[in-house]
Every structure is written in structure tokens, then in C-alpha cells.
Design a binder for this molecule. Structure first.
Ligand SMILES: C[S@@+](CC[C@H](N)C(=O)[O-])C[C@H]1O[C@@H](n2cnc3c(N)ncnc32)[C@H](O)[C@@H]1O
Length: 290
């Protein structure tokens, strides 16, 4: 393993990472964000860090590691996770969850609200990336409630660790490729096409999203009320088992009795690591008396 030196000028693809530096970065990312960087990710990380090193005008990845460790504000660490986290997402991903949400979760949430004389539908999209998933959930709620939507307090809490992703979610403008799977009816009703060909979410939908930076590794979750549904899809895939189990326990605590947890289809929770009842692939429910 070579270190950067005079023969490896910034910009050179030879700018590499020693084992020690990789371990330091891996530990920082695991300890602070729960993301488990295996050795398979090494070349990806080198590629991404080369860009940061150049942008910051540093000479090597070693200097960059020092920069992150010595920055007491924590900003450099957040920037690091912005660079290495994978924000891949698209509209209408794993669409059977959306049918389940409209046909089971929302009617049950309404029934629970009616019992309590409340109008507060609580949904959290944890790991919302650039906004495609939470905007979809808002559109589904608007479809479900129709003209009564405004009588309900039915917005959506959307959180992610990546400020870059949250900024894009805030803008809410997407290329046609990101929209390929989205049924035409949603496109026509809830988007405006720009001259560039991109599609922008209309303001009525946009204002229903509460976007916040939030690290799922935080010891405490600051939510006063519990959720009817939590979507945390394709996020825990980056966490190891103990981290996943601890997070699922926290989600459980913050789910209303009878409420749901949705995870990604390529993920699953073993019986022993899950206090929820299994309902169908990647859908779990908190016991009514839980
Ligand atoms: C692959 S995207 C999934 C987006 C969307 N949920 C979906 O299924 O299409 C994973 C997201 O998890 C976020 N993430 C990773 N670790 C996190 C953490 N510790 N706290 C909060 N968000 C995290 C990443 O920033 C990224 O935006």
C-alpha cells in the first residue's frame, strides 16, 4: 500500500489509502453513523475521497483524515458521510408497500384517530435521501383523503444524515429518468414540467414535507408522539446486526400500538431481532397491546 508522495500529485489516480487510514475512516464512520464499511467498499471510498482532497486543496488522504479528526465542529465529519453515503433512490420504488400503506395503514390510522378524537396522522420517512420516497407518501395521503386532506394533520417527517440529499429533496426537481416508474396520474397531478424537461413537485405537496437532518445513531429520538408508520427502507442495509437490532428497538418504542415499520425488500429482520410481528415481506407491525 503506497502513501501519497511527490510522485503522486493531487488529481493523480495513484492517490491511495493506507490500511491504517482506511481503518481510521472506517471507525469514524461506524462510530458516528453506524455505517459498516467493509473491505469491498475500499476502492469506492478511495474514489470519493480523492475528490474531497482535491476540493479542499489538500495533498493526500492522510491529510484529509487529520482534517476530519481535528475539526471540533463536527462539520468535516458530516461532510465525510455526505461523500460516502449512498443516496440511490427513485420514485415508486418497491411499490407494493405503497398499496399496503393506502389500503391498510391509512384506514387503520384513521380508525385509531377517530377513537381518540384526533386528526393527527404521524408518518416518518427515516433515511429519505433526495425526497422521492416521502413525496410519494404525501401524494398517497392526498389521494386517500381527497378533498378532506386539509382537515387532517397529515404531513410527513423526512430525515436523513446527508445534507446534500436533503437539499435536493428541498428543491424537489427530478430528471425524467428518476420518474420512469411513477404512474402517469401522479406525474400529471402533483408535478410541473420545467422547460428543461425535469419535473418539479408542486408547492402543495412540497409544503407537507418536514425535512430535517437526523442521525439514526443518536442515542435519543426527540419525538414526543409515536408514529402510525415508519419507513426505513434500504438504510439498515449499511448497518451491522447489533446496530440494526438497537435501531429496530428504538423504532418500536416510537411506533404506536398497531403501527407499521417498512424496511427495504432486500432486508429482513430475524424473528429474534424483531419485537414487531411479521406481516408480509419487509412489512412489520407493532402489537396492538405493545
Ligand atoms: C439508499 S438511500 C435509501 C433511500 C430511500 N429510503 C429508498 O429506499 O429509496 C439510504 C439513505 O440512508 C441515509 N443514512 C445512512 N446512514 C444514516 C444514518 N446513520 N442516519 C440517517 N440517515 C442515514 C443515507 O444518507 C441515504 O440517503
Amino acid at each position: 500500500m503506497t502513501n501519497f508522495n511527490e510522485q503522486n500529485p493531487p488529481g493523480s489516480s495513484l492517490m491511495t489509502l493506507t490500511d491504517r487510514e482506511y481503518c481510521e475512516i472506517r471507525d469514524l464512520v461506524y462510530d458516528n453513523f453506524g455505517i459498516n464499511l467493509t473491505d469491498k467498499k475500499r476502492s469506492l471510498i478511495v474514489g470519493r475521497l480523492q475528490k474531497v482532497v482535491r476540493t479542499l486543496g489538500l495533498n493526500s488522504i492522510a491529510e484529509y483524515v487529520e482534517h476530519v479528526k481535528s475539526d471540533k465542529s463536527g462539520q468535516a465529519l458530516v461532510e465525510l458521510v455526505n461523500r460516502i453515503s449512498t443516496n440511490h433512490t427513485f420514485f415508486y420504488r418497491e411499490a407494493d408497500h405503497f398499496d399496503f400503506f393506502s389500503q391498510r395503514t391509512l384506514p387503520e390510522a384513521v380508525a385509531a384517530c377517530q377513537k381518540e378524537n384526533s386528526k393527527d396522522i404521524r408518518v416518518w420517512c427515516a433515511g429519505c435521501s433526495t425526497g422521492e420516497e416521502p413525496y410519494m407518501l404525501v401524494m398517497l395521503m392526498m389521494e386517500f383523503f381527497g378533498s378532506d386532506y386539509d382537515k387532517w394533520d397529515a404531513g410527513l417527517l423526512s430525515t436523513d444524515i446527508s445534507m446534500n440529499a436533503l437539499r435536493l429533496a428541498q428543491v424537489g426537481t427530478y430528471s425524467p429518468e428518476r420518474m420512469t416508474n411513477l404512474p402517469e396520474v401522479y406525474k400529471r397531478k402533483y408535478f410541473k414540467q420545467q422547460l428543461s424537461g425535469d419535473w418539479s413537485v408542486i408547492d402543495r405537496v412540497k409544503k407537507e414535507l418536514t425535512l430535517r437532518q437526523f442521525n439514526l445513531m443518536n442515542k435519543t429520538f426527540p419525538f414526543k408522539k409515536k408514529f402510525h408508520a415508519i419507513f426505513c427502507r434500504n438504510v439498515m442495509i449499511y448497518f451491522d446486526r447489533p446496530t440494526r437490532m438497537a435501531l429496530v428497538e428504538k423504532f418500536y418504542e416510537h411506533t404506536r400500538p398497531g403501527g407499521y415499520l417498512f424496511i427495504g425488500h432486500s432486508e429482513s429482520l430475524g424473528r429474534n431481532e424483531c419485537p414487531y410481528d411479521y406481516i408480509q415481506p419487509a412489512v412489520y407491525r407493532k402489537k396492538i397491546d405493545g
